[in-house]
Design a protein around this ligand. Structure first.
Ligand code: 13P
Ligand code: SF4
Length: 396
């Protein structure tokens, strides 16, 4: 019996289902209501320069169509900061991204998240009280003084503020290497520069581990995982003292599901296939991939590849489907058929976007995102540190 393909193959603007005829996981409903499309167009035209719509690459097609700019979380943070003249920023993404936009924009601007239920399961894996307790554990173990917090953008404003208060930086998947290099070597502390320093990486253990090992040449046995649900993170003082990377026990519920078996199957089934994955994937998967990068890097890599190249992509399905439609000259497959859309990214749909835009036309602001000013001040310190990282440009 032929082994079933674990891949959902996409291409030429349509879904090519697996040999077993498995349906697309999490298939979206039929195309958007044409009336809603018209209403979104009309509301946006009526608002003109009053509104700027940002769209993350994981958003639905029906929403991306109305984005003034699209990007990964780093690019969108910069775009938000670069729009001082737009009184309203409608953020089509998830809550932590909208919070960051609010922190980076002026008090005269309002950031709107069309559906407040658009959160992020990874960001929810680190609560501020847990992080404060963890820091006390590091103090208790005598290592807090030589530890720099490096916090992934996918975190609450409160944790970004914690990072700012402790001299750390925010990073995204496109600048994590630069951020870690800075934390280990360039922050200016004698101990950190002398190579005895540590990083507390929050909240995605996979991005932290992958960046440290793959990009900085660090060793896996220099990483420990801090479990906030166990006393002292489930670690001994010695383990904390010996570690260089203290990884928070958090992960992405979407990217954590891509498997080694799926990569192996892709290589068996598709001749000369190239595997490209997001660095939120597990280390074993990243180790097997040909390319690793942020959503922006994934798009740029596929766009620059010669026609006829075969790609298997390990990231969110909305983006992979769009890539398959935009580059029909490539063979583009989704890495794992059992992985579905990011359910929280998908909360932002056309009805919510229309509601947010039409409310603005009527003079009502729905779902504004306001970060507490004290929290925002400290979080801004950490975000500004990210934007000022040495040589920081948007490379990926
Ligand atoms: P990017 O930083 O690549 O945009 O990714 C954000 C994200 O949420 C990935 O799951
Ligand atoms: Fe969060 Fe994962 Fe969704 Fe990205 S894909 S927003 S990390 S749950």
């Amino acid at each position: 019996m032929t082994a079933p393909l674990p891949l959902l193959v996409l291409g030429k603007g349509r879904d090519l289902h697996t040999e077993r005829g498995v349906e697309c996981p999490g298939e979206l409903p039929a195309a958007s209501d044409p009336g809603l499309v018209e209403r979104a167009r009309a509301a946006k035209a009526a608002l003109g320069d009053q509104v700027f719509v940002l769209g993350h690459h994981y958003q639905r097609d029906e929403v991306i169509e109305f984005a003034d700019t699209t990007g990964d979380s780093f690019k969108l943070a910069r775009e938000a900061a670069a729009r001082p003249d737009a009184p309203y920023i409608v953020f089509c993404g998830v809550h932590f991204m909208a919070e960051s936009a609010d922190i980076l924009t002026s008090d005269q601007q309002t950031v709107i998240l069309p559906d407040l239920a658009a959160g992020c399961s990874m960001a929810d894996m680190a609560a501020i009280a847990q992080v404060e307790d963890a820091w006390l554990d590091l103090q208790d173990a005598g290592v807090a003084d030589v530890t720099v917090p490096v916090t992934y953008m996918n975190s609450s404003a409160a944790i970004k503020a914690f990072t700012g208060r402790h001299g750390g930086t925010i990073c995204t998947s496109s600048n994590a290497k630069t951020a870690l290099s800075w934390a280990f070597g360039e922050r200016g502390d004698a101990q950190v520069a002398a190579g005895t320093g540590k990083v507390l990486f929050l909240p995605d253990q996979h991005l932290g581990r992958n960046t440290y090992v793959r990009d900085l040449g660090g060793r896996l046995d220099e990483c420990v995982v801090f479990d906030p649900h166990r006393p002292m993170g489930g670690l001994t003082r010695e383990q904390l003292r010996d570690a260089r990377m203290i990884l928070w026990r958090g992960h992405c519920s979407v990217h954590g599901r891509f498997s080694v078996e799926a990569v192996d199957a892709a290589r068996r089934e598709i001749p000369d296939v190239k595997v490209i994955v997001h660095p939120e994937c597990r280390h074993e998967v990243v180790e097997l991939a040909d390319e690793v990068g942020s959503t922006e890097k994934i798009i740029k890599t596929i766009a620059a590849a010669p026609a006829g190249t075969s790609w298997v992509v390990g990231t969110e399905l909305n983006l992979v489907r769009r890539l398959a439609q935009q580059f029909p000259e490539q063979r583009i497959a989704f890495l794992e058929k059992n992985v579905c859309y990011c359910s929280t990214m998908n909360r932002i749909d056309l009805p919510h976007l229309v509601w947010a835009l039409e409310s603005l036309v009527e003079g009502r602001v729905v779902n504004p995102i306001h970060v507490d000013p004290v929290v925002a001040g400290h979080a801004r310190t950490a975000l500004d540190q990210m934007l000022a990282l040495p040589g920081e440009t948007h490379k990926d």
